[in-house]
Structures are given as structure tokens and as C-alpha cells.
Design a protein around this ligand. Structure first.
Ligand SMILES: NC(=O)c1ccc[n+]([C@@H]2O[C@H](COP(=O)([O-])OP(=O)(O)OC[C@H]3O[C@@H](n4cnc5c(N)ncnc54)[C@H](OP(=O)(O)O)[C@@H]3O)[C@@H](O)[C@H]2O)c1
Length: 293
């Protein structure tokens, strides 16, 4: 039987690495994984995790999702000449007051999270359409469903990805291609270490007023608490990916963290959004109504 060919972006660490390891180590050897990363110098961590169990089930290829040619090179280097399951996972966070963000930094985040994801899908979609089958899985975020203070640009990027996927999901039903978003809350990966974050001592923070700076300090504490109390492990997320991969009729959205569902549900159900804004102020800043300190 032919192996199911899976291409995953962002496999140097975190969710991408864990998913690549899980699929490449599957005892049935039904998956052939193309684990891609932008810097092959980081390959060792992945190789240490798969040990010897990856012969015939994994190839590691260089791919930077912001460089179109590198995506094309990967596509052309796939021995099976097809991708059955495309996993768009690579992404990067950005945290800080909006006033402290440079245009260049905001562009970089949007370039990776939005255009990089779109470019990757664009590249592999024609093959899937021609074959009349395929799966596109995207590592989404709660930040793509609900606004989070001091994450404006990251949320903008993840909201954009939601729009792309939801729009495609409708059209791609006609081609027997399923699109699924795996919506994650905090996950213990290298995400925090890799995210671009305005630090309390950064000169750019002076662009924001004193009240915003104080709220930002509170937010950073809230963030630490969230990661301590509610963060999942990459393995938990992999289980949700597997559920989506194995489903006969995959859902458009899978939520990985039930602890976060009440706020997400409130956001999705709220017509005018004001209840959500109040609930978030209470949750993060312990403020009952706007103007309270
Ligand atoms: N961890 C969380 O709390 C969390 C929550 C919600 C959603 N997510 C989403 O989950 C996804 C995976 O993140 P993670 O948690 O596993 O964090 P991670 O450990 O930082 O992994 C991110 C991966 O993306 C790669 N990447 C960044 N820019 C790239 C580019 N231009 N081309 C190719 N790869 C690139 C990184 O490669 P380098 O090593 O080369 O930088 C790394 O392999 C992201 O889309 C993120 O937004 C994470």
C-alpha cells in the first residue's frame, strides 16, 4: 500500500517537531513525512527524537516559508511527486504595546504567519486539486479567534489565517480536499523563546504612555500564569492532529484546550462583542469596567 505523504513546516522544534516524530515513528509505517525547517543546522534535535525509527518514513528538507523558491524546491524534491497531507505549522509570535512595534517587525510577522502560510498552501494546492484529494491542516491559535491585548499583530495574522482557511474549506469541498485548523492555547514549546517580545527595559516601550506600560506589566504576569497553569504539551496537540488526520470527515476547527473554551465560546457567541471585551478585562487585568484600575 502507498504511504500517506505528509509535509510539515516548522519542524525544528515544538509542535512541528513532535508531529513529525509521531508520524515518522508510527509502527505501521503508513506515513512518509517530509519534515521541513528553514535552518538545517537545527536538524539534530529532530534526528535525536526519531532515533533509528525513521528509515523509509522521514526526509528532512530545508524550507523557509518566506522564500517562494525554497517552497518550490521542496515541492520538486518530493520523490512521490505528491503531498497527501499538508501541515502549515510554522509561525512566530509578537507581543508588546502596538506603539512600540516597528513597521519592519510587523511586516516580518505577517510575512511568516500570513503570506508564508498562504504561499505554502498555494504551492501544493494544484496537485491536490488535480488528484481530487488532500488534507490541509493548519496550526491555528486562540489568538486567531479572539483578540488578545498586546498581541494585536499576532492576532491579526492568525485571524487572517482563519479567513483564508474558512474560505478555502468551502471551495475545496468540491475537490474532496479537507481543511482543518488545530486551535491551540498556550503550549510548552520554543514559542515563548522565539517570540518577538517588547521587554520592560526596551527603549521602544517609551513610545507607549505610562498607563499602557503598567497594563503591559500586568499582562506579562498574566501570560506567565497562563503558561504555568494552562499550557499543554506538544504531545497533547499531536493527539488532536491525529484525530483530524484519522477522521473520515474532518472538522474545520479542532480546539485543543477545553479550559479556554468558555471565553472562546463567549467571543464567538457575542453579537456586539462588548461582553467579550468586559470578560477579558476581568480575566487579565481584574478590571470590572473600563476606567477601573
Ligand atoms: N506554543 C504556543 O503557545 C502556541 C499557541 C497557539 C498557536 N501556536 C502556533 O503553533 C505553531 C508552532 O509553534 P510552536 O509552539 O511549535 O513554536 P516553536 O517551537 O517556536 O516552533 C515554530 C516553528 O516555526 C518555524 N519558523 C519560523 N519562521 C519560519 C519560516 N520563515 N520558515 C519556516 N519555518 C519557520 C521555527 O523555525 P526556527 O527554529 O528556524 O525559528 C520553528 O520550527 C505556530 O504557528 C504558532 O503560532 C503556538
Amino acid at each position: 500500500m502507498d504511504q500517506t505523504v505528509v509535509l510539515i513546516t516548522g519542524c525544528s522544534s515544538g509542535i512541528g517537531l513532535s508531529l513529525a516524530v509521531r508520524l515518522a515513528s508510527d509502527p505501521s509505517k503508513i506515513y512518509k513525512v517530509y519534515a521541513t525547517m528553514r535552518d538545517l543546522a537545527k536538524k539534530k534535535r529532530l534526528m535525536d527524537c526519531v532515533k533509528d525509527s525513521h528509515k523509509d518514513t522521514m526526509d528532512v528538507l530545508q524550507m523557509d516559508i518566506t522564500h517562494h523558491q525554497s517552497i518550490l524546491d521542496v515541492r520538486d524534491g518530493i520523490k512521490e511527486k505528491r503531498v497527501d497531507i499538508l501541515v502549515c505549522n510554522a509561525g512566530v509570535g509578537l507581543v508588546g504595546p502596538l506603539e512600540s512595534q516597528s513597521m519592519e517587525m510587523m511586516r516580518q510577522i505577517l510575512e511568516v504567519n500570513v503570506l508564508g502560510t498562504i504561499r505554502t498552501i498555494q504551492t501544493f494546492l494544484p496537485g491536490m486539486k488535480a488528484r481530487g484529494s488532500g488534507r490541509v491542516l493548519v496550526t491555528g491559535s486562540i489568538g486567531g479567534l479572539q483578540g488578545l491585548p498586546f498581541n494585536e499583530i499576532y492576532c491579526a495574522s492568525k485571524f487572517a489565517v482563519e479567513g483564508v482557511c474558512e474560505s478555502l474549506a468551502i471551495l475545496l469541498q468540491h475537490f474532496n480536499i479537507h481543511v482543518s485548523l488545530i486551535e491551540c492555547g498556550p503550549v510548552n514549546t520554543d514559542f515563548l523563546a522565539n517570540l518577538r517580545r517588547t521587554e520592560p527595559g526596551d527603549a521602544s516601550l517609551s513610545q507607549a504612555d505610562a498607563r499602557t506600560r503598567a497594563l503591559y506589566a500586568t499582562y506579562l504576569q498574566h501570560c506567565d500564569t497562563m503558561f504555568q497553569d494552562a499550557a499543554q504539551e506538544a504531545g497533547d496537540i499531536v493527539q488532536v492532529f491525529l484525530e483530524a488526520i484519522e477522521a473520515q470527515s474532518p472538522a474545520l476547527r479542532y480546539y485543543t484546550n477545553s479550559a479556554l473554551l468558555p471565553l472562546t465560546t463567549l467571543k464567538l457567541a457575542a453579537r456586539d462583542g462588548s461582553q467579550y471585551v468586559k470578560a477579558m478585562n476581568k480575566f487579565i487585568f481584574s478590571i470590572d469596567k473600563a476606567g477601573d484600575c
